[in-house]
Design a protein around this ligand. Structure first.
Ligand SMILES: O=C(O)CCC(=O)C(=O)O
Ligand SMILES: [Fe+2]
Length: 200
């Protein structure tokens, strides 16, 4: 377990052992049973290649009218609660003062990727975003706090946890690609990413 600092992001390598990763996958399965994965449409009308759902008081949603947080799944049901197994990661890395109100679940199939973006739909950038990687490895790209400029990439592996906070809270980041089949954590391959966010 080592912490790598890259452009202000704290990358906790091997933060979660195999048992904890397996319990998290079980917890995500339960979330997905209650709130099925869907493919959000970008405001430009293109479906995202990543499939998503959420747990918590708010879920992240995108369609033709933009990016936002909503209190319900597109099917109308409230999002399920964030499992304690997930909250404990936030408690350990950020503290107890405030807990995340959204756990966004991203599922990357073989060809999914996520373009460079800022996480900026939250009200208070003083709270970090905590990002958990499970399953196949991903090439994670980090840019700057403004659009453009040089970038660097790092491989995120199953059990790694990234804290995006402080001066790097609005740093551009994305996922170039996953290395499909590189992990045996998920039965059918692919990558799960959980991001924990304070929303309001
Ligand atoms: O999948 C990842 O590692 C990053 C996900 C992300 O940046 C996001 O959901 O905003
Ligand atoms: Fe992000």
């Amino acid at each position: 377990m080592t912490v790598l600092m890259l452009r202000g992001f704290a990358i906790h390598k091997d933060y979660l052992g195999r048992d904890r990763q397996e319990r998290l996958v079980e917890a995500v399965r339960e979330i997905v049973r209650a709130a099925p994965l869907f493919s959000p449409q970008t405001p430009y009308g293109k479906p995202m290649s990543v499939r998503m759902t959420s747990a918590g008081d708010y879920g992240w949603y995108a369609d033709r009218s933009g990016y936002r947080y909503t209190p319900t799944h597109p099917n109308g049901a409230p999002w399920p609660n964030i499992p304690e197994e997930v909250l404990s990661i936030w408690r350990d890395l950020v503290g107890e003062e405030k807990l995340p109100e959204c756990c966004l679940v991203n599922f990357y199939g073989e060809t999914a990727r996520m373009g460079l973006h800022q996480d900026r739909d939250e009200a208070d950038f003083d709270w970090p975003v905590v990002s958990v990687s499970l399953g196949d490895s991903a090439r994670f790209r980090i840019g700057n706090t403004e659009r453009g400029g040089s970038t660097e990439s790092v491989w995120l592996e199953s059990g790694d946890v990234v804290v995006m906070g402080g001066a790097a809270r609005l740093t551009y980041h994305g996922v170039d690609a996953i290395r499909y089949g590189s992990s045996n954590l998920l039965d059918n391959g692919g990558r799960l990413n959980l991001t924990l966010r304070v929303v309001t």
